[in-house]
Ligand binder design. Structure first.
Ligand code: FAD
Length: 422
C-alpha cells in the first residue's frame, strides 16, 4: 500500500461520499465499496489496485453476485452505478451507446420513447445495470426471440486491470474488424475487464402484443400445449411453464404486426384449448401479464438448479431429476420451464439449508450418472467447495486461464468467482 489505509486511498479518488461497504454474498465478507462518479475515477481506482497489488470485485448493483462463487481474495468492490447515462441514441439507425451503470429500466424508458425495444427483457430491470447484464451474459424473458445480450452488443469500451482503455467493435451495426472481443467480454463476469460503455442494437417497438395464459394440473399437458404452439409458423417471444405439482401456469407471448397476430390468434387458441382458466391479453395488459410472469420467476430468489439439454430430451431428463427428487423429499419443487429453449429451473422446497445442500449434491450425482448437464445457481459456501472440483474438468480451462493472465496479469479483477477458479 502506498500511504494511508485503503479506505483513505479510495476516498482520495472520489471523495468520502463515494465510499460505503458491500458484503460479498458468497463469503459474507464485508468490503469497502467505491462507487466512482465518472470514468476517470475508475481509471484511478484500477491504477491504485495495480500499484498496490490489490484485488477488486466489479459490480453493478450486485444482484447476481449472490450466484457467484467467493473470490479467493478481494480488497474492495467497485460499483459502476455512478457511471450512468445515455451517451448517444440514434433512432434512425436503431443503435444506442450507454454508460455501464445505467439501469435497464432507465435505458428502456429512453429507447421506448424513440420507438425502440431493448433486449434482453431481464427480471427487476430497475435493479440491473446494463454493464452487469452484459458482464453476466444474460438473456431475458424474450430469449426465444432474441437470444442472449452478446448477440446485440455492437461495441464495448472497457478498462483493463491497469486502467488502460480499450475499444472493441463500434457504434454501428456493420463494424466488426479484427477479433470480436465484445463477445469475449460479454459473459466474462468481471474477470477480464471493467465495462464502462456499450453500444447496442435495438429493435422496433412491436405494433401489438398478445399474451395467452392457462393452467393445468398436468405438466405433460402444459408441455404438449406449448410444443404445438411452438410448431406454428410464428416467432415467439416466450413460451413458459411455471408452478408446482398440481398447478402449472402456461404463458405464451407474441409480438409483431397487428394483422399477423390477429391472423394467428385462433391457431394459438386451438393449441392451448385443453388448458383451464384460459385468458388472452392484448396491448398494455399483455405487457403487464408478461412482466409479472417474468418477475415471478424470482419469487423465493434465484432457482437452486438449472437443467440444460436439447429440446427433444427435456421431458426425459426432467423426469430423471423429478424421480430422484421424489426419493429425497416429500414436497415437490417449484419449477420454471422454457421448453423451446430447453431449460428447467428448480427451487427445492426443503427449508433447511444443510439438508437442501445435501439434496443438491445427490442431484449432481444423479446428473453425473445419467450424463445430464445441470448448473447450480446458489451461493452456499459449503456446496460451492463441494462442486468446485467438477469445474477443473471444464474444456478449454487452460486456454481461459492463459487468456485471463494476458488481459489481467496482475490479478486486479478478483479471482475465483468464475468457473474453474478463474
Ligand atoms: C434479489 C434479486 C434476484 C434476482 N434473481 C434473478 C433470477 O432469478 N434470474 C435472472 O435472470 N435475474 C435475476 N436478477 C436480476 C439479475 O441479478 C441482474 O439482471 C444482473 O445481476 C445484473 O445486475 P447488476 O447490474 O446488479 O450486476 P451484478 O449482479 O452486480 O454483476 C453481475 C456480474 O457482472 C460483473 N459486473 C457487473 N458490472 C460490471 C462491469 N461494469 N464490468 C465488468 N463486470 C461487471 C460482476 O462482477 C458479476 O460477476 C435478480 C436480481 C435481484 C436483485
Amino acid at each position: 500500500m502506498t500511504t494511508g489505509s485503503l479506505t483513505d486511498q479510495l476516498a482520495t479518488i472520489a471523495g468520502e461520499s463515494a465510499l460505503s461497504t458491500w458484503t460479498e454474498p458468497s463469503s459474507a465478507r464485508e468490503l469497502p465499496l467505491l462507487t466512482p462518479p465518472d470514468e476517470e475515477s475508475c481509471v484511478r481506482a484500477l491504477q491504485l489496485a495495480t500499484e498496490n497489488q490489490l484485488a477488486l470485485i466489479p459490480i453493478g448493483l450486485g444482484g447476481k453476485t449472490s450466484q457467484t462463487r467467493a473470490a479467493k481474495r478481494a480488497d474492495f468492490a467497485l460499483s459502476m452505478r455512478g457511471v450512468a447515462g445515455v451517451e448517444a441514441y440514434e433512432p434512425g439507425d436503431g443503435t444506442v451507446t450507454v454508460r455501464a451503470g445505467t439501469t435497464m429500466s432507465e435505458l428502456q424508458a429512453v429507447v421506448n420513447a424513440g420507438g425502440h425495444r431493448l433486449t434482453p427483457d431481464v427480471p427487476l430491470p430497475d435493479r440491473s445495470t446494463i454493464g452487469g447484464v452484459i458482464a453476466a451474459g444474460q438473456s431475458g424473458f424474450d430469449r426465444l426471440r432474441f437470444g442472449p445480450i452478446r448477440n446485440h452488443v455492437l461495441g464495448l469500451r472497457v478498462l483493463l486491470g491497469d486502467g488502460t482503455g480499450a475499444l472493441t467493435g463500434g457504434r454501428l451495426v456493420k463494424n466488426v474488424t479484427g477479433y470480436d472481443l465484445q463477445r469475449l467480454y460479454a459473459g466474462s463476469r468481471g474477470s477480464l475487464c471493467l465495462i464502462v460503455e456499450a453500444s447496442l442494437r435495438l429493435f422496433p417497438l412491436p405494433e401489438s402484443e398478445l399474451v395467452f395464459t392457462g393452467q393445468t394440473p398436468s405438466l405433460e399437458l402444459a408441455m404438449e400445449s406449448l410444443r404445438r404452439a411452438g410448431e406454428l409458423p410464428l416467432t415467439w417471444d416466450t413460451l413458459s411453464i411455471a408452478g408446482q405439482s398440481g398447478c402449472y401456469r402456461v404463458l405464451a407471448a407474441l409480438s409483431g404486426r397487428d394483422a399477423m397476430l390477429s391472423s394467428h390468434r385462433s391457431n394459438v387458441d386451438a393449441c392451448i384449448a385443453e388448458l383451464d382458466s384460459l385468458q388472452t391479453f392484448e396491448g398494455e395488459l399483455a405487457r403487464t401479464a408478461r412482466d409479472s410472469a417474468r418477475d415471478a420467476e424470482l419469487t423465493g430468489g434465484w432457482p437452486h438448479l438449472r437443467l440444460l439439454c436439447r429440446p427433444s430430451e427435456l421431458s426425459r431428463q426432467s423426469e430423471l431429476i423429478f424421480s430422484a427428487l421424489r426419493e429425497l423429499s416429500e414436497s415437490p419443487p417449484r419449477i420454471q420451464v422454457h421448453p423451446r429453449i430447453a431449460t428447467l429451473d428448480l427451487w427445492l422446497s426443503e427449508p433447511d439449508a444443510t439438508r437442501r445442500s445435501e439434496q443438491l449434491i445427490e442431484l449432481f450425482e444423479v446428473a453425473a450418472t445419467h450424463s445430464l448437464h445441470i448448473e447450480w445457481l446458489g451461493s452456499q459456501r459449503a456446496l460451492a467447495q463441494e462442486l468446485a472440483a467438477s469445474d477443473t474438468t471444464t474444456p478449454a480451462l487452460r486456454l481461459m486461464t492463459k487468456l485471463q493472465s494476458s488481459l489481467d496479469p496482475a490479478g486486479v479483477f478478483a479471482r475465483g468467482r468464475f468457473l474453474g477458479g478463474l
